[in-house]
Design a protein around this ligand. Structure first.
Ligand code: FES
Length: 126
């Protein structure tokens, strides 16, 4: 099934959302780098602060560059914003895709993305 948890993620435990003051974010595409952040932090801000590696341009929900997939802990993210719906279909949302700049985390998550050099568009021009 497509919802099967990849073996590399199976060892990550997510935390219930009620009493934690910090959350753990695992950047799957960045060699499973795991960092902690205050609860209800913005996912892109965490990535920027901790060099998580989620691609971005505008930081304001306009460009769509920060498209990512919440691999684990979808229940630990806040509600989808209208700006996200401009870039993500219902199928994308159902599959766990979010825009990192519009997403806040209130519990542990694991996030992946398509590296920019594989995503087309801004592929290397050198
Ligand atoms: S960085 Fe542009 S939409 Fe998130």
């Amino acid at each position: 099934m497509s919802d099967a948890v990849p073996p590399a993620l199976a060892r990550i435990e997510t935390t219930e959302t009620t009493s934690v003051t910090t959350v753990t974010v695992t950047f799957v595409t960045n060699a499973m780098k795991a960092v902690t952040a205050p609860r209800n932090s913005n996912l892109l801000r965490i990535s920027l602060r901790e060099q998580g590696g989620i691609p971005f341009k505008c930081g304001g929900g306009l460009c769509g560059t920060c498209r990512c997939r919440i691999e684990l802990g979808r229940e630990n993210t806040d509600s989808v914003k209208p700006k996200e719906r401009r870039h993500l279909t219902e199928a994308d949302l159902a599959a766990g895709y979010r825009m990192a700049c519009q997403t806040f985390v209130n519990g542990d998550v694991a996030v992946s993305w398509v590296p920019r050099d594989l995503a087309g568009g801004n592929a290397a021009r050198s």
